[in-house]
Design a protein around this ligand. Structure first.
Ligand SMILES: [Mn+2]
Length: 305
């Protein structure tokens, strides 16, 4: 077992379960970067909070009937773009180090799960997949309360409110799930570009939304970006910009199980956790969600195929 660095509190699930890098199929990549938060601050503390909460996640997954953590090698990497230590890091520097780091993980055949940090990080993560798969199109499936489709916000094109606009500009297809807060500019762009959006009200009112959403993903390969505010704030209140009316735990996990069963998920990120002092529900739910992503990726074949 390698010793962890000073910036890392604990490995995902705990040192007893963690493997070394060479043996790992999954690499958890903490990216505690925060620069453009517009409402409630604190997402630079999100990755550590998820790692700490993961120590309490039960190894046995009752849905999958597997001890995921013992079957799939999981390694937790050193944090990058850490604004707690280097607050002056620019958005461009963050994107560059994110792209370089994730690209190496892809080349090493690791399934990367990035933990944010603010959602603008996703642009760098996605850039790494574009670099690794230059001739293959993949769809970015986004769970989020917000469209994140503004061209710029508060003077920056790398604001967290613009991340999906950057991805649309890269020419990648997108499917947005759980959206319930957009501005007029975003609504117009959705119409103009005919973007695929399953709003939170569709999730609440259409019993077939999961089937419809899976069918709407146009490519085999999928990158999954989860802004935790896509989930209802009664489940995860610890986010920067909470919005009522979000996905339930079962809306989310049943949908995700179907995404993994029907598509090839090439990578994931889980963003925007901003922990609340004296409450653990947000980070525990986020940690359990990360564990589900790993289980769905590696352990469901016999059950779904
Ligand atoms: Mn959001």
């Amino acid at each position: 077992m390698s010793r962890q660095t000073s910036t890392l509190t604990v490995p995902f699930l705990g040192a007893d379960v963690a493997t070394n890098y060479e043996q790992a199929k999954v690499v958890i990549l903490p990216i505690p970067y925060e620069a453009t938060t517009t409402y409630r601050r604190g997402c630079e503390h999100g990755p550590d909070a998820i790692l700490e909460a993961s120590q309490q996640v039960e190894y046995y997954d009752e849905e999958l009937d597997k001890e995921t953590g013992l079957e799939v090698g999981i390694y937790t990497a050193e944090a990058i773009a850490d604004t707690r230590n280097t607050p002056k890091i620019t958005a461009e520097e963050m994107l560059q180090v994110t792209q370089e780091t994730v690209f190496k993980l892809i080349k090493d055949n690791k399934f990367a799960i990035a933990l944010g940090g603010e959602h603008s990080i996703t642009t760098g993560v996605i850039a790494a997949y574009c670099q690794a798969y230059p001739s293959e199109v993949f769809t970015v499936v986004q769970i989020d309360a917000h469209g994140d489709l503004r061209h710029e916000y508060e003077g920056s094109i790398h604001n967290h409110a613009c991340v999906m606009r950057r991805i649309v500009d890269m020419g990648l297809p997108t499917v947005q799930i759980g959206i319930r807060a957009i501005c007029k500019e975003e609504a117009d762009l959705i119409k103009e570009k005919n973007l695929t959006v399953f709003r939170a009200r569709d999730v609440a009112k259409n019993p077939n939304w999961i089937e419809d959403a899976i069918a709407a993903i146009p490519t085999k390969k999928v990158f999954l970006t989860i802004d935790l505010d896509g989930i209802d704030p009664s489940l995860i209140p610890g986010v920067g910009t909470p919005e009522p009316g979000g996905l339930t735990w079962y809306d989310l996990t049943v949908f995700l199980a179907q995404v993994f069963a029907n598509h090839q998920v090439i990578g994931c990120d889980v963003m925007e956790l901003a922990p609340i002092v004296d409450s653990v529900v947000s980070q525990f739910t986020a940690a359990k969600l990360v564990y589900k992503l790993i289980g769905y990726q590696f352990l469901t074949a016999s059950r779904y195929c």
